[in-house]
Design a protein around this ligand. Structure first.
Ligand code: AHR
Length: 501
């Protein structure tokens, strides 16, 4: 018997506006994300700056709004000064995070020029691993001060007259992790984050600052790290970061398909931790969450940094994504939207080649991986306000997360057009689900697309770049204020409803 579910779309039940910064991505100096990813002078599609225009076009199509740079683990041993000024004078360095050779042909000013062409907001990470307050201030002066000081004039001498005016800064990266260059205890990091934030806000009190939360929810200090860091830095920072990667490798597909439930739990846990600290400090401020690394990552295939041979932009973690991975990415985006009242920034990690929606070959083509599609459609159609959607449905038993709802959904409504976009995942791989949607009066279906496949392991490749793509859904029926449709097993679906003309 086909499973059934129902949900109601009611414009009165609003969560929060859709924050454009939820559709962020991440460009790290890691593997081939920068070199032969976004930047490849000499490539037939490269522009005068060496940026691959095929990748720029795909980045725009993906709908990315913001890009975090330059790391990741890379940033914790990075000297930003190495990446500015005449390219021929820039030093080659060892990148200890990924045991890679960094030639520094791409740096801050190249990234800002690329971000302008891509139409994305930059989110810069500071090195608080091997460096500290002074270097952070110097970078911000170089990047953001108009002119007339040593570092702002240096930027101008480097050909960038106007300040970059970067608004969003990460106070380091994953400093709770023992793998991180300059790894710290929560007490050490909390104090450094607070002092760096205090100094940066003295420079410009409107900068938005992100303190590092835990590297993942499995860290032994998950929760207590955030509490201790925020106790030191609460009044000075605006966001606390979260990172989560979901690994399909162990073959437990039910748990993998329920990854959104884990992300949801993580968001609620860290929001509660931040609010607890706020209550203790009797603060009126609310700390928002920056989910600045999230994705599917076949992490257990990665043998670790120490297994790597020194090389310049080697092929690192270039995961090929299948249909199920795309469904999970769609469900993680649903989770972020469902928590739009608390999550203010989110970045899928990463943009090109390294666990990425966009793949390239050096000198060759660029193509969309399966995970590109739910991101692009969500970024394009999630507009206006997020509506509270609570499906009535069966539960699925998972080994990792216990019972989770089989149907996971969110919706957004754009006031100006009255259009509602419904995003919904059927986590059940064993069968379809008949979904009944109660709509506001006057709306009719305008578009119905789904990501599903008889072969859930199907993938795109350079030779077959469109094997996995959203297809028009079939069988959607409207009866008064009820729309009914069938969600295929393990599928992601978008339905747009628009006012009847
Ligand atoms: O995105 C890959 C790596 O994952 C990042 O460098 C690091 O921050 C995280 O552990």
């Amino acid at each position: 018997m086909t499973a059934t579910a129902r949900l109601t779309l009611d414009p009165a039940f609003r969560i929060a506006p859709v924050e454009p910064r939820l559709f962020g991505s991440f460009v790290e100096h890691m593997g081939r994300c920068v070199y032969t990813g976004v930047f490849e002078p000499g490539h037939p599609a490269a522009d005068a700056d060496g940026f691959r225009t095929d990748v720029l076009e795909l980045t725009r199509e993906l709908g990315v709004t913001l890009v975090r740079y330059p790391g990741g683990n890379f940033v914790s041993n990075y000297r930003w000064e190495d990446g500015v000024g005449p390219v021929e004078e820039r030093p080659a360095r060892l990148d200890l995070a990924w045991r890679s050779l960094e030639g520094n042909a791409f740096g801050l000013n190249e990234f800002m020029a690329w971000a302008a062409k891509a139409g994305v907001e930059p989110m810069m990470a500071l090195n608080l691993g091997t460096r500290g307050v002074a270097e952070a201030l110097e970078l911000v002066e170089y990047a953001n001060y108009p002119g007339g000081t040593r570092l702002s004039d240096l930027r101008r001498a480097h050909g960038v007259d106007k300040p970059h005016d970067v608004r969003l800064w990460c106070l380091g990266n994953e400093l709770d992790g023992p793998w991180q260059m300059g790894h710290k205890t929560a007490r050490e990091y909390g104090r450094l984050a607070a002092e760096t934030a205090r100094a940066l806000k003295r420079f410009d009190q409107d900068l938005s600052l992100v303190a590092c939360g835990s590297s993942n929810s499995g860290m032994p200090t998950f929760g207590s790290w955030e509490a201790e860091v925020l106790e030191a830095a609460y009044e000075m920072v605006d966001y606390i970061s979260l990172h989560a990667y979901y690994d399909p490798s162990d073959g437990d597909a039910d748990s993998f398909l329920a990854s959104g439930a884990d992300m949801d739990h993580m968001i609620r846990s860290i929001a509660a931790t931040a609010d607890h600290v706020g209550a203790k400090l009797r603060s009126r401020r609310k700390i928002k969450l920056s989910f600045d690394e999230w994705n599917v990552w076949y992490q257990s295939r990665f043998r670790g940094e120490s297994s790597l041979e020194w090389a310049a932009h080697p092929r690192l973690i270039e995961d090929d994504y299948d249909v199920t991975d795309a469904v999970v990415v769609g469900s993680l985006l649903i989770t972020l939207l469902r928590n739009a009242d608390r999550v203010g920034v989110a970045c899928q990690a990463q943009l090109a080649n390294v666990i990425a929606p966009i793949r390239t070959e050096p000198g060759g083509p660029a193509w969309r991986q399966s995970i590109f599609h739910p991101f692009a459609l969500t970024a394009r159609h999630a507009r206006g306000e997020v509506l509270r959607v609570e499906p009535e449905c069966a539960a699925i038993a998972t080994a990792r997360y216990g019972e989770v709802p089989a149907i996971w959904a969110t919706a957004t409504r754009e006031e100006a057009t009255g259009e509602i976009a419904l995003f919904v995942v059927n986590r059940d791989r064993r069968g379809p689900c008949a979904l009944d949607v109660t709509l506001p009066a006057g709306l009719v279906p305008a578009e119905h697309l789904e990501l599903a496949d008889e072969d859930p392991a199907a993938r795109n490749s350079a030779a077959d770049p469109d094997r996995v793509a959203p297809r028009p859904g079939t069988g959607l029926r409207l009866d008064g204020r009820h729309a009914s449709l069938t969600l295929p097993p393990a599928s992601w679906t978008i339905v747009r409803f628009a006012p009847q003309e």
